[in-house]
Design a protein around this ligand. Structure first.
Ligand SMILES: [Zn+2]
Length: 343
């Protein structure tokens, strides 16, 4: 799973520009499905099997990023954020500006501490003060390097193995879910019905891509595969999130915009008991996933999100436990197999 996750993380694809990760997923899925295509807005849709029930497994392919907004005379690049960033984690990170002549390494520079007075040290940078330095001498050099207004900027992407089964990197939300999607489809054998596997676009901008996919396929049930907010670190109280790394797959019973369908909840609880795969249940006030929008499409489609707990979500140093990815794959396979009894 570590190799697969690395391949996905090394293909940075921010919202609105998901092609590089889509190519990786397409290549991995192709030998295991009956049909695979890309729709008009870039969602990847694969099909395996025929008949009822129709199950849609959806993992969003996009990740947070930045976009070139303005290049000043000295050659510094000012940018806009794409997706739900914590702006305080931006200063000091390495990025890749995806210009027309290929990716260029840049850094989000800051004023050295030696020059800051006491008041400056107390406050964090505001987004409009931040800029990217690609090493250019002036605007012309930036333009010559192939950088223009509207170009996407990605975080530097690689996976580093940590102690035990943990790993860190950027964009785990939702490369982790994409890896789970691929592995689940590879392991699906002997189930009744149709499984659609979709890599969706622009989830981070408001669950955009999956809407048309659900409308078009009209599945009986939607299973989103995503990441969840681990709370097992010093700054998070357990009553804010009790999810822990190493304790396996998580299921939200409520998020910012939806409550999990009660039949889907029963299905998940009974499948957990029968398969002896433990589930961490969660009740959230913020956040939403591709599953959250399904009840609002057509006559309303039941859905659930099977998510891998991740620490420091939406920062460049997200941390995952590979065993939780494995548990999520196993549980997704069991859920697909038992879905026919419920939907
Ligand atoms: Zn996500």
């Amino acid at each position: 799973m570590l190799n697969l996750l690395s391949k996905l993380v090394e293909a940075p694809s921010i919202s609105g520009s998901e092609q590089s990760v889509r190519e990786v997923i397409q290549k991995e899925l192709k030998p295991y499905v009956d049909e695979i295509r890309v729709d008009k807005i870039g969602n990847l849709i694969a099909r395996k099997g025929k008949g009822s029930p129709k199950i849609l497994l959806a993992a969003h392919m996009d990740q947070l990023g930045l976009m070139v907004k303005y290049i000043d005379k000295q050659g510094f690049i000012f940018f806009e954020t794409i997706g739900g960033w914590d702006e305080r984690v931006l200063p000091g990170i390495k990025v890749h500006v995806q210009g027309s002549k290929g990716a260029i390494v840049g850094v989000i520079g800051t004023k050295p501490v030696h020059l800051q007075d006491k008041d400056e040290q107390k406050v964090s940078y505001k987004l409009k003060e931040l800029f990217i330095d690609i090493g250019a001498n002036g605007r012309e050099e930036v333009e010559k390097a192939g950088v223009s207004i509207g170009d996407f900027i990605t975080r530097s992407g690689e996976v580093s193995k940590m102690i035990g089964s943990k790993a860190t990197g950027a964009g785990f939300d939702n490369r982790v879910g994409c890896a789970v999607l691929i592995e689940t489809v590879k392991r699906l054998k002997g189930f009744k019905g149709t499984v659609y596997a979709a890599g969706t676009v622009q989830e981070e901008l408001g669950l955009i891509g999956v809407r048309g996919t659900i409308f078009g396929l009209e599945p009986d049930i939607v299973i989103a595969l995503d990441t969840n907010i681990a709370g097992d670190t010093p700054e998070v109280k357990p009553q804010e999130s009790a999810l822990q790394l190493g304790k396996g797959v998580t299921v939200d019973l409520k998020d910012a915009i939806s409550i999990t369908n009660q039949k889907a909840k029963k299905w998940v609880i009974e499948t957990s008991k029968q398969s002896k795969i433990k589930v961490q249940f969660n009740v959230m006030s913020g956040g939403a996933t591709d599953a959250s929008i399904a009840p609002m499409i057509r006559e309303g489609i039941p859905s659930v999100c099977l998510a891998v707990p991740v620490r420091y979500v939406h920062t460049p140093v997200e941390v995952v436990d590979m065993n939780d990815m494995e548990s999520t794959v196993k549980f997704a396979v069991e859920c697909v197999k038992s879905a026919g009894k419920y939907f």
